[in-house]
Design a protein around this ligand. Structure first.
Ligand code: SF4
Length: 174
């Protein structure tokens, strides 16, 4: 096994202790730097940095960043969600390392959703019903995975389905 285990630390963002979402840092027992470009190839990372190595994933609107000795996860609803994500990552790390001879490592940042591709499918009335000041702001939140197509009440079914289909290619399910 490449990654034996980790020590989990859960905290609320200091800037706003009332904020309901949690952050998690997992301190890893082993250095996972070597597996990161393989994981990037397998999971299609949101961003990959070479030096120092760091891989950011976006899963269900959460940003997860893997460093050689640390994993950081934001916007968690509770500790159970952190456990689920960390166990999934540990399994992915170990399986990917085991299969590395069959994987072409990737040192690139994969393609991201384009805000203008999303915007052209929105009503572009900037009515504010989604709680955002403009459709452009809403499109950028969709691209980040923070909002979903269902959050715009003005969308017709066809464009809602097209946006969901477009965004799906950039998202990973646990
Ligand atoms: S509800 Fe839809 S149409 Fe209205 S501002 Fe938000 S994204 Fe634009």
């Amino acid at each position: 096994m490449f990654l034996q285990g980790y020590r989990k630390e859960i905290f609320r963002p200091e800037c706003n202790p009332q904020f309901q979402s949690l952050h998690c840092i997992a301190h890893l027992d082993d250095d996972v730097a070597e597996v990161l470009p393989y994981l990037n190839a397998v999971l299609g990372g949101h961003q990959y940095l070479k030096d120092p190595p760091a891989l950011t994933l976006k899963v269900h609107g959460k940003l997860i960043t893997l460093h050689p000795r640390e994993i950081a996860i934001n916007a968690l609803k509770d500790e159970g969600e952190a456990d689920k994500i960390l166990e999934w990552l540990k399994q992915e790390i170990n399986e990917t390392w085991q299969k590395r001879d069959t994987i072409e490592p990737s040192f690139e940042t994969p393609a991201q959703p384009r805000i203008f591709d999303i915007l052209k499918l929105l009503p572009k009335t900037s009515c504010g019903e989604c709680g955002q000041p403009t459709c452009m702001v809403f499109a950028s939140l969709l691209a980040q995975g923070v909002k979903g197509a269902d959050d715009c009440p003005q969308l017709d079914d066809q464009n809602r389905a097209e946006i969901a289909h477009y965004l799906k290619q950039f998202v990973f399910e646990l």
